[in-house]
Design a protein around this ligand. Structure first.
Ligand code: KG4
Ligand code: ZN
Length: 325
């Protein structure tokens, strides 16, 4: 079995995964959403302190599995430096005490493997990753052959939902709150511009849209917020589908997937489904509970890395906040 730890942002999670059967034997996550909600976003130092409290509590529940552990895995990049280090330090301690190898896992690869929890992998695959930190399209041939073909130039898709929610005083995380509010709104009420629609670039940008939404909010009454939320979600999603359509002109994916926290958005899912129809592509989605950050996806990557003996050096594995992959 492998014990895996996730602490890259505001979720403290630990999983135990069976290496041979890929079965998830244990998974527990303690989210900090409530604590950060009053600030309208994640406060890194507060998040680090909450990880330091939550992770040992969850680890205590894993004690019965300790004797069967063959490796310990941990998200090592990308994420918040002060929170990554909480998980990495714990993983190193477990590696030393139980004398088992340490596996440093890239969080973005974790999101890709959230598709394959308790399942076999399906490659090649084109993936849209939409999370709080990233908006990117990746072509995945295998664990070691992942190419990023489009990325965000500024704010990410999820982050733009968080910021719009903050401007409306709704709380954090903004994604589910905006999605809920948008359900009763008129998507065509506010005529926001689709970002980069005239640009041949296959890239994503949300800061301009965010500023346009800010101006609309400043002029609006609270009753108009639902229409602003709906119009924002409509344009934010149209930006993704427009750029994907461009990408599909050169690469027609047999299998396409959406992963990351924001892939839980049902409007986005429906629009991508619609987009894929003419291409006869299969759409892969993670189970809703594994879209947002979790340790089960880190454990799933770690199985592959364990089998390939992709171990990390105890002295050199440091948490590194930035990685495009
Ligand atoms: O993957 P994730 O849990 O953490 C990162 O790796 O960043 O993604 C969190 C992000 C947040 O920005 C959150 O607002 C967004 O995903 N999100 C959503 C939805 N659920 C979560 N965005 C849009 N619609 C949703 N339903
Ligand atoms: Zn994530």
């Amino acid at each position: 079995m492998i014990l895996s730890i996730e602490s890259s942002c505001d979720d403290s999670a630990i999983a135990i995964t069976d290496i041979k059967t890929k079965k998830l034997l244990f998974h527990k996550k303690i989210s900090q959403e409530l604590e950060h909600s009053v600030y309208g976003g994640v406060v890194p130092e507060l998040a680090a302190r909450l990880h330091a409290e939550a992770l040992p509590k969850i680890l205590e529940e894993c004690r019965p599995y300790f004797k069967d552990l063959k490796a310990v895995a941990v998200t090592s990049t990308p994420g918040l430096a002060v929170t990554l280090v909480e998980g990495v330090t714990m993983a190193k301690a477990i590696s030393i005490v139980l004398d088992i190898p340490l596996i440093g896992v890239n969080h973005l690869i974790g999101h890709i493997y959230s598709l394959f929890i308790e399942k076999d992998t399906v490659f090649p695959l084109s993936v849209l990753l939409v999370s709080g930190g990233h908006t990117q399209v990746m072509e995945v041939k295998s664990l070691e052959e992942i190419e990023t073909v489009a990325t965000s130039m500024d704010d990410s898709f999820g982050e733009s939902f968080d910021k719009v929610a903050k401007m409306m005083g709704l709380g954090y995380p903004g994604g589910p709150l905006i999605e809920e509010l948008a359900k009763d709104g008129d998507r065509k009420k506010h005529n926001f511009t689709i970002p980069l629609s005239q640009s041949p670039l296959i890239a994503f940008s949300y800061s301009g849209l965010k500023n346009a939404v800010r101006l609309a909010i400043e002029k609006a009454d609270k009753e108009d917020y639902k229409d602003i939320a709906a119009s924002f979600e409509y344009i934010a999603t149209a930006h993704l589908t427009q750029k994907l359509k461009k990408y599909f002109k050169t690469t027609k994916p047999k299998t396409f997937a959406i992963v990351g926290g924001a892939s839980a958005n049902l409007y986005l899912r429906s629009q991508i489904e619609e987009l894929l129809k003419p291409y006869n592509s299969e759409l892969l989605l993670s189970e809703l509970k594994y879209c947002s950050d979790n340790a089960a996806m880190i454990g799933r990557v770690a199985i592959e890395m364990y089998e390939k003996k992709m171990f990390s050096n105890l002295d050199t594995l440091i948490s590194s906040p930035k990685s495009s992959l």
